[in-house]
Design a protein around this ligand. Structure first.
Ligand SMILES: Cc1cc2nc3c(=O)[nH]c(=O)nc-3n(C[C@H](O)[C@H](O)[C@H](O)COP(=O)(O)OP(=O)(O)OC[C@H]3O[C@@H](n4cnc5c(N)ncnc54)[C@H](O)[C@@H]3O)c2cc1C
Length: 389
């Protein structure tokens, strides 16, 4: 093996898939984005995204990780991570729509295994086909890391429930047809359930919430006012909602790492190109030893973060419990990714500090990763708990 920013997968069992994925990202998808004048902070409309979901499905990428009975190819976590890193390293604005992160099968995550056959038919298979989209709603204004503080409540009514509450920061909310939503069970101590809530139900409002640092418009608030849900919209067993919701977050926190590593690879590639071409008083920036050392440190951190991620993914594929490792990867990858892209920005000078430059966009998105799917501190709590228990 030899370190490179453009891995050669020609001997990999997925070689053909990776080659056609790269062709799609660099060709058809790049042209589509140009034609629609898309940039990361565009307000995407559903039709623009859905065209990509459906095309990616047609090409066999959308939901590729799912088992064959759900329309996928049953990829291992490691193989899925390779594809995730590739789409992310492409720098495409719509990269998150190719494998199904943006409201698609990857957003559903491991929740498939809790769904009944009827729920799979009604909710999940249309998502796999790119016909419907979903979001995941756990966080509230006063309930982030401490999810148990949530106020959204499900009150029994006949066979079903009525849900009221206010969820914030549901990614893919603006395009979603339904939410996998966690609510507290009225009248019960510390009991939470997961529901499949149709976002066109009477009493539901999907509104634009606060715009995060990324400047993207892909999150929503979901306000529920006495929304009726039927028993067949309960996901898993009543009272198991946090187990289902947080279980999804645990797998997702590891699976977000290759996406982040792809963005780091993109930042490194852009930086190597930049320093080769940028002339300073001493000549090409690439000839300066201080620049070379900075690049060397960035690449070494990327290699370390990537190695530990793929090590944990391999353990997950062997069926091992990887809770502390997932916390460690999320912590290390998030911190190193941000420090690498901060160096990339430094090396770009003013070119990296203007709105719209690719580097500053990556810098802002990677800063957020130190909070999303659990903050650095929450990862440290998890690691320490495993060590001390
Ligand atoms: C762009 C974006 C997208 C998001 N997408 C989704 C989504 O799709 N669905 C969803 O449900 N949520 C989503 N979230 C919410 C995200 O998961 C929360 O922001 C995150 O869990 C942290 O919660 P908080 O922001 O309320 O911070 P808080 O929990 O209030 O934390 C504030 C600070 O206190 C620290 N802290 C809190 N508790 C502890 C502790 N026990 N020990 C040590 N330190 C602690 C934190 O680390 C942090 O530094 C998203 C957020 C953003 C910004």
């Amino acid at each position: 093996m030899s370190f490179t920013l453009n891995p050669d997968y020609s001997d990999h069992p997925l070689a053909e898939t990776i080659a056609s994925l790269r062709t799609y990202l660099e060709g058809e998808l790049a042209e589509y984005e140009q034609e629609h004048e898309l940039h990361p902070e565009s307000r995407f409309d559903r039709a623009t995204l859905q065209t990509v979901w459906k095309r990616s499905h047609e090409l066999g990428f959308y939901g590729i990780h799912l088992p064959p009975e759900l329309g996928g190819r049953g990829l291992s976590h490691t193989d899925l991570a390779i594809l995730k890193e590739e789409v992310s390293a492409s720098g495409r604005v719509l990269s998150q729509s190719v494998l199904g992160d943006m409201g698609g099968p990857l957003r559903v995550g491991s929740i498939f295994r809790f769904a009944t056959p009827a729920q799979i038919e009604r909710y999940l298979l249309p998502v796999v086909r790119g016909e419907r989209a979903c979001c995941f709603s756990l966080t509230e204004t006063d309930a982030g890391s401490n999810v148990r503080a949530m106020h959204t409540v499900a009150t029994p009514e006949g066979e079903g429930w009525r849900i009221s509450g206010h969820k914030v920061f549901s990614s893919a909310g603006p395009f979603a047809d339904f939410s996998i939503l966690i609510a507290r069970m009225a009248g019960e101590e510390e009991a939470y359930s997961a529901f499949l809530v149709d976002l066109d139900s009477p009493g539901v409002q999907v509104v634009e919430g606060e715009v995060p640092l990324s400047g993207q418009h892909i999150e929503s608030d979901i306000i529920l006012d006495d929304v009726r849900v039927e028993p067949d919209q309960l996901l898993g067993e009543a009272g198991q909602g946090l187990k289902i919701g947080l279980g999804r977050v645990t797998t997702n926190r590891l699976l977000h790492c290759p996406t982040v590593l792809g963005q780091v690879r993109r930042a490194l590639t852009l930086t190597v190109d930049f320093v080769r071409n940028r002339q300073v008083a001493a000549g090409s920036m690439a000839q300066l030893q201080s620049v070379q050392h900075t690049l060397a440190e960035m690449a070494t951190d990327y290699y370390a973060a990537r190695s530990m991620t793929f090590d944990a993914l391999a353990a997950l594929d062997r069926g091992e419990a990887i809770m502390p490792e997932a916390f460690m990867c999320k912590l290390f990858v998030a911190q190193k990714a941000f420090s690498i892209v901060d160096s990339a920005m430094q090396l770009h000078g003013k070119a990296g500090m203007v709105h719209g430059s690719e580097i500053e966009g990556i810098w802002r998105r990677l800063r957020m990763f130190r909070m999303l799917t659990g903050s650095d501190e929450i990862q440290k709590n998890g690691i320490a708990k495993a060590l001390l228990s």
